[in-house]
Design a binder for this molecule. Structure first.
Ligand code: NAP
Ligand code: G4F
Length: 365
């Protein structure tokens, strides 16, 4: 019989990849999107006409809305909660909203499932941000995080995720719910939101390359000059339009992240719900790199080895508290789910850059 899944957060990066995966496995997918004054379905536009995909409006901060969706779909087999205010920096500016969506939203879904007596499996999108400043150390002195590492959250976002994580654990134990949490480390790709650091970098590089091509020049051309905030072509007047390109403005370049490819990570979400028993799993690549190293890879792809005159540090992008080092150990997922990541960082950077360069070409008027 055809299985049915509800995906909260369907318009996001992971929601769109998960929808692709579930449809490829012949599921019926009910995607939940909140009402917005502009169209937010760009990432799922190719799925909109699909007979097995049904988009409904809903908001996880509104328990009535959640109950309505669940009641309409009482025969649901799997519920995935990917909905969140997912930007760590923004959570410092909007902590209350972040709590309501990222923390309490999870409770709204779980309590509704229990109250309605729905027999389904549940997935919660937990995060490596929950570890914050905490890590374990292996026998060689290497720092890592796994399912046994304690949580020391460093942002309103991470605190909301820890609360949701413990709600999942409680509902599993108290009500016998098949509720699992994937503690996912950073995962990126061509559908990543444009204000996360990886995509911000690849989008900027694609724009810069397009700007160079427009003036038939290259990065090493002597005609280029570098101001504090912009790159410009020598010999042009200040008010000449288009002869300046704003530099890439970033915050902390020393933070280390374990970056994987989003398409690989949604396979782990699905695998967790195919297990006989619910559990928590760390999902990651096991390799960590600094933002600085990501810049090396990304600019290196275009043959630019020294990017120092293209990037400017802007305190605006520093956070009141930072997570300095994330490097996961996904042994449990490998052993129990048979899950391993298929893409490394170099491949990830290439995929993102190729996509963004191509998109820029297509947008030439
Ligand atoms: P994302 O692109 O920011 O997507 C978040 C989704 O949540 C969007 O569809 C958004 O809708 C929706 N949403 C926000 N508030 C909502 C509300 N009140 N009611 C219903 N839907 C709401 O995030 P992502 O990268 O796909 O991540 C998916 C989940 O995994 C999130 O929970 C995130 O916190 C978590 N996570 C992500 C990573 C990562 O590296 N990507 C790592 C660990 C955990 P709009 O389109 O309308 O904004
Ligand atoms: O790309 P980021 O914003 O991702 P962050 O904070 O690690 O959070 C992402 O991964 C989490 C999993 O660990 C998810 F739970 C969360 O939802 C989200 O998907 O920032 C990465 C690093 C940070 O240390 C940040 O301070 O990059 C640093 N950074 C430096 N300049 C910047 C910038 N981050 C952003 N967004 N923008 C900058 O200009």
């Amino acid at each position: 019989m055809q299985r049915k899944a509800i995906v909260f957060g369907v318009t996001g990066q992971d929601g769109s990849h998960l929808t692709d995966l579930l449809l490829s496995k012949d599921y019926k997918v009910v995607g939940v999107a909140r009402r917005c004054s502009v169209d937010t379905t760009e990432r799922i536009k190719d799925r909109m006409g699909c007979p097995h995909f049904h988009l409904v409006h809903g908001d996880i901060t509104d328990v009535h809305s959640v109950i309505g969706i669940l009641k309409e779909n009482e025969d649901v087999d799997e519920v995935y909660n990917l909905a969140a205010q997912s930007h760590v920096g923004i959570s410092f500016k909007q902590p209350g909203l972040t709590w309501d969506i990222t923390g309490k939203g999870c409770l709204n879904i779980l309590q509704s499932i229990v109250d309605l007596g729905i027999q389904c499996k549940f997935y919660q999108a937990s995060s490596s941000e929950m570890f914050g400043d905490s890590y374990s150390v292996d026998e060689h002195g290497n720092k890592y995080q796994d399912e046994n590492t304690k949580f020391l959250p460093q942002s309103p976002y991470a605190i909301a995720k820890v609360a949701a994580h413990y709600i999942v654990r409680l509902f599993r134990e108290a009500y016998g719910l098949h509720a699992s949490a994937g503690i996912l480390f950073n995962h990126e790709g061509e559908r990543r939101g444009e204000n996360f650091v990886t995509r911000k970098i690849t989008k900027w590089i694609a724009g810069y390359q397009r700007w160079l091509e427009r003036f038939h020049t290259s990065h090493n051309d002597a005609a280029l000059a570098f101001g504090d905030n912009e790159v410009y072509l020598r010999g042009r007047l200040d008010n000449d339009e288009g002869f300046e390109y704003p530099k890439l403005r970033l915050g902390n370049l020393d933070a280390c992240r374990d970056w994987g490819y989003a398409g690989d990570y949604v396979e782990a979400m699905w695998a967790m719900l195919q297990q006989e028993y619910p559990d928590d799993y760390v999902i990651c690549t096991g390799k960590t790199h600094s933002v600085r190293e990501f810049l090396d890879y990304a600019f290196g792809y275009l043959g630019i080895s020294d990017w120092s005159n293209l990037v400017t540090i802007d305190p605006e992008f520093y956070r009141p508290a930072e997570v300095d080092y994330l490097c996961g150990n996904a042994s449990k997922a490998k052993n129990r789910l048979g899950w391993v990541p298929k893409h490394g960082l170099e491949e990830l950077v290439q995929t993102m850059l190729e996509h963004d360069l191509d998109e820029n070409l297509q947008n030439i008027p």
